[in-house]
Each structure stands twice: as C-alpha cells, then as structure tokens.
Design a protein around this ligand. Sequence first.
Ligand code: IMP
Ligand code: MG
Length: 170
Amino acid sequence: MNNIEVLISKEEIDKRVLELSNELYNKYKDDEVVFVITLKGACPFGMNLFNNYKGKATLEFVRVSSYSGENSTGNIKMKLPLDCDIKDKNVLIIEDIVDTGKTLEYLRNYVKELGCKKVEEITLLNKESRRIVDIKPTYIGFDIEDYFVVGYGLDYDEYYRNLNFVGYIK
Ligand code: IMP
Ligand code: MG
C-alpha cells in the first residue's frame, strides 16, 4: 500500500503503548479495571495495551457507530452493548481516535448510567482541533493535526485497519 504516508510508525506506537500501560498500572496498582475496547477501530491499540498491562484487569467490548466514509454522521448508535456488569467497577474506555468527541461523550454517559464507580478514557490519537463537544480523554497516545488517518485499526470504508502503523492517504 504505497499510497499511504507514514505518520506514526509501529515502533513509535509500541513505545508509547508501553509508557501508557505503565502509567495506568502506576495509577490503578491493585485496583481492578475493566478495559472496554471500542470495536472495531480500537482493537489493535486496546489489545496491545491490555497485553502490556501488569495489573488486575478484565476485557470487554462495545461497538458504536457514527461514521460512513470520511464523515461522521454525528448520530451515534449502540451496535453491540456491554455484556457484563460494570456496577461499582473502574472502567477504562479505549478509543482509536477522538475527533469531534461525540462518540466518547456518548460512551462515557453510557458507562456512567450503568453505574460504574469511576470512568477514565484512553485514546491512541487525539484530533483536538476538530472537537465539537467539550471532552478531554484522560490519557492520549498522540496528538495529531487534522488529517484523515488510517491504519492500526483505523479504517477508510473498512479498509487499511491491518496496517501496523498510522498513516494518511496521499
Ligand atoms: P468522533 O465521535 O467524531 O470523536 O469520532 C470518533 C470515531 O470516528 C472514531 O472512533 C473513529 O472510528 C472515527 N474517526 C474519526 N476520525 C477518523 C480518522 O481520521 N480516520 C478514521 N476514523 C476516524
Ligand atoms: Mg472508533
């Protein structure tokens, strides 16, 4: 796929994921955390993070959708709800990218309504300049400019998720 320009390499991602998983462990220590991966985009990042996390954690998935092609419809739909009890638990929402912030706001409200003890959010990428909703994820992998990016889970019409780096279409 030589029409993709590398923005963040696999090595940079791996290094940052290690830093983040250590940061999370230093925060939670012996406290249990539910890692909630947002399908499908956050799978590679979430699994890398989960694999490197040294504390007590469980793994769950949720799926919402709002995008078609390069455009957010802004209309968030729950496609696959959480299949576990998160009442009184620490929840870590894992996202691939926070763009307008609508998806993260929706997910945060969703887990709060399910009665979790505490919710934090982590995203591989953050596009601050595109924010519509006033929301800041607790942990950020990389702040990026307003590029439409693909790879490492991120797609353009379902393609490119399998790239092991983050790039943009030339
Ligand atoms: P938000 O609700 O606008 O913050 O959008 C969040 C979701 O939109 C992400 O979880 C992605 O699935 C998708 N998204 C936003 N920006 C990009 C991008 O640059 N490339 C691929 N998907 C994106
Ligand atoms: Mg996503």
